[in-house]
Ligand binder design. Structure first.
Ligand code: ZN
Ligand code: ZN
Length: 358
């Protein structure tokens, strides 16, 4: 069948498709995801349909599955690091977008609140869509999204490489901006997964000196090869904060907390110099427990950073295109192998992102 159904759609020539596609569905907290056949979505006015080439596997999928993150919605397709090609246009979309290679921004705010007006759709209290979190995401063959959520990708950049930038990369850029990194500052990545990899390169591009802290010699060698000024293998070092103090002189200017256990958060605060900034990005079920005197007498700042703005995603695509950020892909896997991919992420074994190729 050609380009079903009969709606005001423009499709790429020669396109044929069945009416259903494979998608990995979130059923509810503490339940396994399910691979199911679902209807191929149809773009409405102002929307496009993207043929998904790649979708990164983010730790957030584990948080959804385990019930740590529950935004109240059920029965949707997971995955929010989405790249592909625009292959069908809804009403009113400029024909020039057809065939464009894109990475998808995964927030769509209400468009009307003070946060949306300022471009901070990640803070919108009434989001219209949030692919992979509350509405259908990228562990599927197709997705329909608002046209401006599709950020063009230069031909020289592979879709499998840009997909993880949709979350890991854009989250890193947003957190980096939140921290207001200045040239010469010491910046610690406490945790060295997908976000930490991109953050380290972002901080270096901003002129900072970087310390990567992760588990295992192999991962830390990898950080050194990617340009870390110093690395600390937390599996071997018994006094991580002491090592950071020795390297930096007093302590770090900025620590990005990318692990989120009670122990790692406490350690992150201990690594800072006076008036240092602690930026919370990763989380687990644990709480951050610190006596206020530690914040008061050292004038520490603690910030949260969630997701990214659409501009942050545009920025990270530019940084990848210029070579300032090199996305690191551990491996690609078939959509049907999503359980094995999630198990690898759970074990923290991948060097960089695992990317599903639907
Ligand atoms: Zn809003
Ligand atoms: Zn993510």
């Amino acid at each position: 069948m050609e380009c079903w159904p009969q709606r005001p759609l423009i499709c790429l020539p020669g396109l044929t498709m069945t009416q259903t596609m494979q998608a990995v569905r979130y059923i509810g907290p503490r339940q396994k995801f399910q691979l199911r056949a679902v209807a191929i979505p149809v773009p409405g006015p102002g929307q496009v349909r993207v043929r998904i080439a790649a979708c990164g596997v983010c730790r957030t999928e584990l948080h959804l599955r385990d019930g740590l993150l529950d935004l109240g919605r059920r029965d949707f397709t997971v995955g929010h690091e989405i790249a592909g090609t625009i292959e069908a246009l809804g009403e009113g979309v400029d024909a020039s977008r057809l065939g464009q290679r894109v990475v998808v921004y995964y927030y769509q705010g209400c468009g009307d609140c003070r946060y949306c007006r300022a471009g901070d759709e990640q803070l919108c209290p009434r989001p219209a869509a949030q692919p992979g979190f509350t509405t259908d995401g990228g562990y599927a063959e197709y997705i329909v999204v608002r046209t401006q959520n599709c950020v063009g990708v230069p031909d020289a950049v592979a879709l499998t490489h840009i997909a993880p930038m949709g979350c890991a990369g854009s989250t890193a850029v947003h957190a980096g901006k939140m921290a207001a990194i200045k040239p010469g500052e010491w910046v610690v990545m406490h945790g060295f997964g997908g976000v930490g990899l991109a953050l380290m390169q972002y901080a270096a591009a901003a002129g900072a000196r970087t310390i990567a802290i992760g588990l295992g010699a192999e991962k830390m060698d990898f950080a050194t090869r990617l340009g870390a000024t110093a690395t600390i293998d937390a599996a071997e070092e018994s006094d991580v904060a002491g090592r950071v103090a020795a390297i930096t002189g007093e302590g770090a200017d900025v620590v990005f907390e990318l692990v989120g256990t009670a122990a790692s958060m406490r350690l992150s605060a201990a690594m800072l110099r006076r008036r240092g900034r602690l930026v919370m990005v990763g989380y687990t079920a644990d709480s951050f427990d610190i006596h206020p005197i530690e914040l008061i007498v050292r004038e520490l700042q603690v910030l949260g950073s969630v997701g990214s703005t659409l501009q942050d995603l545009h920025d990270v695509v530019g940084l990848v295109a210029s070579g300032a950020i090199t996305p690191v892909i551990d491996r690609t896997m078939a959509l049907a192998d999503f359980e094995a991919a999630l198990a690898e992420v759970d074990r923290q074994t991948p060097m960089g992102r695992i990317v599903l190729t639907p």
